[in-house]
Design a protein around this ligand. Sequence first.
Ligand code: NAP
Ligand code: MG
Length: 409
Amino acid sequence: MINKKIDMIVPLVEMDGDEMTRVLWKMIKDILITPYVNLKTEYYDLGVEKRDETDDQITIDAAEAIKKYGVGVKCATITPNAARVEEYKLKKMWKSPNGTIRSILDGTVFREPIIVNTIHPYVKTWNKPIVIARHAYGDVYKNVEYRVDEAGKAELVFTNNEGKELSRQTIHEFKDKGVLMSMHNRDKSIESFAKSCFNYALEKKIDLWFSTKDTISKTYDANFKEIFERIFEAEYKDKFQKAGIVYFYTLIDDVVARIVKSEGGMLWACKNYDGDVMSDLVATAFGSLAMMTSVLVSPQGYFEYEAAHGTVQKHYYKHLKGEVTSTNPMATIFAWTGALRKRGELDKIEELVTFADKLEVACIKTIDHGTITKDLAELSDASHKNVVTSEEWLRATAKYLEILLSQNL
Ligand code: NAP
Ligand code: MG
């Protein structure tokens, strides 16, 4: 044990969640955090029952609290579908809490794989994490579609608020059946996205790559390219130079080829659809969804940390039957370390930053020494593999943590 617990000044916004991750949440706090930190949090229970009871007001309150204090840490939560409404007898199919929080904070989600020595990405050259930033507004996710069943003319029309028609273009003269779609984006949203990406790259001191298809989409995609360029030139060029990092723009197909041949270590900013697809590809190529962290960064500088995976429902049902599970707590622990480190940096509590660093090292050491949860059994190439339960894994990590904390490095 260390002699004195670390004190905090400003509270963290703590958002509890559902199912197996809710079980892990408490174990992580009990075994790896509260023995060492006088944890100061403002607690919001975003478990689906509490959201239902409060008509989802609790989610809005939690997002507002992040605006007040600046930093939050969130457990995975159920996004209700028809089956969940039935399972939990919900009043209605509440919206995704992540979606609600994201729209209140106007943030961008960054997903980063946790790299350990004994698990190798499928792409041999990747030895540094590839962080994906996905623009989470508009495009095909807010589209309007139409099924064409007869011959006719499809047009794109824009009318301003005074009722004046400013543009009318023929999309296609249909001779027979087909489909039709329109989509949009807003400069303000693209600007927020650009700023969040530039800020994140600066904070992590990694290059920023951005890609669209502006050779084909000369107005729509070109607008993304131009906004990024304008903001970079006006606000970030000097800062990037000082930090020794670069901003690199290229076409989406070119970037895909370059990423595969790279050693990683960059932030890859993606348009909404590209980010949806590429984040799953990158996560899988790095090994496991259980080893992927995620942070929501708002252009105003609010941060919300969480694991990229869900509530691990299947493990929870085993847990309910009294079985002991071997669920991987890594990404949830890294959500806590991300949030504690950020709190430490903002409040200038050096011990808290060091604690977060050491806890991450302890987690990585545990895995590299072969003490692993079941999901990593096939992936790890540690010489002596010992597959353990979640609690055993957390206790093994606590031992390493104690050693690291006793060394005044
Ligand atoms: P999931 O919880 O991510 O789990 C999918 C599968 O991935 C699990 O069954 C498990 O595979 C494996 N897995 C994920 N995390 C793991 C971990 N930490 N340790 C070990 N294995 C892990 O996705 P889901 O089952 O599709 O979704 C469950 C619920 O989570 C849904 O209600 C959904 O709405 C919610 N969800 C929430 C968030 C969020 O809050 N950010 C994100 C995604 C989904 P095996 O069963 O093969 O072991
Ligand atoms: Mg996806």
